[in-house]
Design a binder for this molecule. Structure first.
Ligand code: AMP
Ligand code: ZN
Length: 507
């Protein structure tokens, strides 16, 4: 197992050597979408970032259990305890069942994830499917003295929790506000005038169960009231259920650090005395033209508008793979600024790498001794792996691939010194390119008809073979035309003669 991987841990605020809890296995939980509206490009960036992380961990040989939830209850407008449930609100507006809303936007989300060639997670649990687990967790937190009931709702007691942490009664070196860096005194001041405050002991306490009146569309029985779970609770309950009380990686966008992740940590510590994850990873936000993407001031573009070019913000449509390539050109912890100019550059870069891969996969050159060129190629391949081991640095790894492009072109053109290459290096280079482009980055060659980029060459080759067979038949050269048909048959390629000419297919 490769143990060179370093991950920047948001909890300790420093890079740390990655050591999984169980040798060879990784448990990773990522906060999924709240399915009350179409997935936006910012969400896509975060999920693409974690898809690359998932893929790279598998590339290193880990067996990964990747859990990414669907939030279909509990997430209130304004991320607070007083807002309206986002899904219920949409259901009322459109006169639909809340589950119709959730299903509709989950379907759209899945389609978009496929368009971006991301792999489905191993488990995709829904908050509404885990109400029992959430009630059980509330019971444990109350039992441990870190939550109290008030008017049918249950609140997490942040002051009591913080005091217990500082007295060393909860775990080592833990306190409320550790992840987000927010001090409890500031939190108390910030949250003074919210509506629900009179039910809370302290303004910074947060709801883990909320009593709901009859106007609420999604409600369940509980020991405290008919109501619904608080937003943060679902992730604590579902990550524990599928990954255990302490697992390896927890991810999400930076906007989730507070209150969502801070409160998740408090709930896990408050129920079982253990922090949910060892490594916390946060993907940074997507901007457009240097500003936060925002619907209210028109500084926004949907994925579809970006693909078709039907937006004043772009001069042309961009293939989803170009958009993904553009995302890969920045580190997941940096903000990413979407501009038409940057997308045009990504378009060129993506095509250049795909073209280089097609050339490389078709290259056959005489075998030579390993030499300084072999060493240079090997060095670049090793550097790309080292870049990915350095907190998944995709832009740096991509730059190594770009450095390999002129070398590949020199071999294709058999320039001076590039007319021979040892077979091991050539085979490794071919494998390396395909691994990085398709397995790790999850790109697809939009020009070729299959993922390893040989589709277009194969089409051209078959056109030539069919033409040669046609000429042989016209010249009554049956020996040649039979030879072509038999050889293709042995290769499981079938020819079909029809009115429109001859077509081919793989058996
Ligand atoms: P939500 O559906 O709002 O719960 O968000 C789903 C995921 O997308 C979360 O991990 C968010 O942190 C992330 N996210 C939301 N907005 C952005 C953005 N502008 N850029 C990047 N990630 C985002
Ligand atoms: Zn979450």
């Amino acid at each position: 197992m490769n143990n060179e991987l370093t991950i920047y841990n948001s909890l300790s605020r420093k890079p740390e050597l990655f050591e999984s809890k169980t040798e060879g296995y990784v448990g990773m939980y990522v906060c999924g979408p709240t399915v009350y509206s179409d997935v936006h490009l910012g969400n896509c960036r975060t999920f693409v970032s974690f898809d690359i992380i998932y893929r790279y961990l598998m590339y290193l040989g880990y067996k990964v259990r990747y859990v990414r939830n669907i939030t279909d209850v509990g997430h209130l407008t304004g991320d607070s305890d007083d807002g309206e449930d986002k899904i219920s609100k949409k259901a009322k507006l459109e006169n639909l069942e809340p589950m119709e809303v959730a299903q509709n936007y989950s379907n759209g989300f899945h389609q978009m994830m496929e368009v971006f060639e991301t792999l489905p997670p191993s488990i995709e649990p829904r908050a509404t499917g885990h109400i029992i687990e959430q009630i059980e967790m509330v019971e444990k937190i109350i039992e441990n003295g870190f939550a109290y009931e008030s008017n049918g709702s249950v609140y997490f007691d942040t002051l009591k929790f913080d005091e217990a942490c500082r007295a060393g009664k909860v775990g080592e070196n833990v306190f409320y506000g550790q992840l987000s860096g927010r001090i409890l005194d500031d939190l108390l001041a910030e949250s003074r005038d919210l509506k629900k405050q009179n039910e809370k002991n302290h303004p910074s306490d947060f709801a883990i169960w909320m009593k709901a009146d009859e106007s609420h569309l999604m409600r369940w029985n509980s020991p405290w009231s008919v109501g619904f779970p608080g937003w943060h609770l679902e992730c604590s309950a579902m990550s524990t259920k599928y990954l255990g009380e302490g697992f390896d990686i927890h991810g999400g966008g930076t906007d989730l650090k507070f209150p969502h992740h801070e409160n998740e940590i408090a709930q896990n510590l408050g129920s079982c005395g253990c922090s949910p994850a060892k490594y916390w990873l946060h993907a940074n936000m997507l901007l457009m033209n240097g500003k936060k993407m925002s619907k209210s001031d028109g500084n926004t573009i949907s994925p579809q508008e970006l693909f078709t070019g039907e937006s004043p913000h772009v001069t042309q449509g961009y293939d989803p793979m170009v958009v993904k390539f553009f995302m890969l050109q920045s580190h997941y912890r940096s903000t990413l600024d979407l501009t038409d100019l940057a997308l045009q550059a990504a378009d060129k870069g993506y095509k250049r790498l795909m073209e280089a891969n097609r050339i490389l996969q078709a290259i056959s050159i005489p075998e030579g001794e390993a030499n300084d060129k072999s060493a240079e190629i090997k060095q670049l391949m090793e550097s790309a792996v080292a870049d990915m081991n350095d907190d998944f640095n995709t832009p740096k790894a991509l730059s190594r691939l770009f450095e390999l492009v002129p070398i590949i072109n020199s071999y294709q053109n058999k320039l001076d010194g590039y007319d021979k290459l040892d077979a091991t290096t050539l085979t490794e280079l071919k494998k390396f390119f395909a691994n990085f482009l398709f397995d790790i980055f999850g790109l697809k060659d939009a020009m070729g008809s299959d993922s390893n980029g040989v589709g277009k060459s194969m089409d051209g080759l078959m056109e030539l073979v069919i033409d040669l067979r046609q000429s042989a038949r016209e010249n009554k050269d049956w020996a040649t035309s039979d030879k072509i048909r038999d050889t293709l048959q042995a290769l499981d390629i079938q020819l079909k003669d029809g009115k429109e000419g001859t077509s081919w297919s793989l058996n």
